[in-house]
Design a protein around this ligand. Structure first.
Ligand SMILES: NC(=O)C1=CN([C@@H]2O[C@H](COP(=O)(O)OP(=O)(O)OC[C@H]3O[C@@H](n4cnc5c(N)ncnc54)[C@H](O)[C@@H]3O)[C@@H](O)[C@H]2O)C=CC1
Ligand SMILES: O=C(O)C1=N[C@H](C(=O)O)C[C@H](O)C1
Length: 247
């Protein structure tokens, strides 16, 4: 039995995680904490793993606190940078028995879409990303789109491919979107949506579209539970659920 704490337990994702942990025969929910609660309560309750679905401004401090408390971390919250990930990696070296999984997306379809996009990237002249989310989301572009763009950019750089062609010289309103590692990313916020992403890859006369849709937050739960079960045996930092999957 793995003892689990949930941080952000009253939120859209956290409340689903509470239900998923309660429904798993091999997991026991020992703490459901939200804004204003003392994170040390997770340790007092005996948590081995804490799942963090909070807010970008809180998640890094939560993870450092969990490491200090001797608790493995499974993190879905967005807002991570190269620098903040490095700080966690460094901190984990002081506690070699602990693991942390930080994953921009726990939906298996989204994990595969990120992998497929990176695999396809070198074969297309042009690539752009459109991410589409519910309008209550506080950050843009999404963590998933950022990670997807980084994977695509790394694959193109490794293959010696230059930037996607683009003749735009006049864009006073930012219509070409954000640019992450040279990849344009467009963010849509629309009532009715949950979490969606399209990667558009173009060549003369052809287009490949890789699309992933989460219509319901239950789509993230198998990945979260996989992370909880695996993190206890995988010390150090893992970025992306694909690190725990046989891909
Ligand atoms: N990796 C993935 O698969 C997914 C990641 N996300 C990300 O998860 C995060 C949360 O998303 P939602 O659940 O939609 O947000 P939400 O706003 O519904 O929930 C966040 C919860 O965290 C609580 N909170 C804020 N600061 C806290 C702190 N210091 N300690 C404990 N709780 C705190 C809030 O009170 C709230 O209940 C976002 O960054 C989002 O992008 C969302 C869906 C899937
Ligand atoms: O806020 C959300 O809802 C989501 N956030 C994550 C992200 O920013 O990529 C994962 C998923 O897209 C849902």
């Amino acid at each position: 039995m793995i003892s689990v704490a949930v941080l952000g337990a009253s939120g859209r994702m956290g409340s689903h995680v509470v239900d998923a942990v309660n429904g798993a025969p091999d997991l026991e929910l020992v703490a459901a904490l939200d804004h204003g609660d003392d994170i040390a309560e997770a340790a007092r309750a005996g948590a081995q793993v804490a799942v963090d679905f909070t807010v970008p401004s809180a998640t890094e401090a939560n993870v450092h606190a969990l490491i200090d408390l001797g608790i493995h971390a499974v993190v879905g919250t967005t807002g991570w940078t190269e620098e903040s990930l490095l700080r966690v990696e460094e901190h984990l070296r002081e506690r070699p028995e602990l693991g942390a999984l930080i994953a921009p997306n726990f939906a298996l379809g989204a994990v595969l879409a990120m992998r497929f996009s990176a695999a396809a990237a070198r074969y297309f002249e042009s690539v752009e990303i459109v991410e589409l989310h519910h309008p209550d989301k506080v950050d843009a572009p999404s963590g998933t789109a950022t990670h997807t763009a980084q994977g695509i950019a790394a694959a193109r750089a490794a293959a010696g491919i230059g930037p996607s062609p683009d003749a735009t010289t006049h864009d006073p309103d930012g219509a070409r979107g954000a640019v992450i590692d040279g990849v344009h990313v467009h963010a849509v916020r629309l009532r009715g949506l949950v979490a969606h992403e399209e990667v558009l890859l173009g060549n003369p006369g052809e287009q490949l579209t890789i699309r992933t849709d989460s219509f319901d937050r239950v789509s993230f739960m198998p990945g979260v539970l996989l992370g909880v079960r695996e993190v206890v045996g995988r010390p150090g930092l893992a970025v992306g659920l694909d690190r725990y999957m046989a891909l």
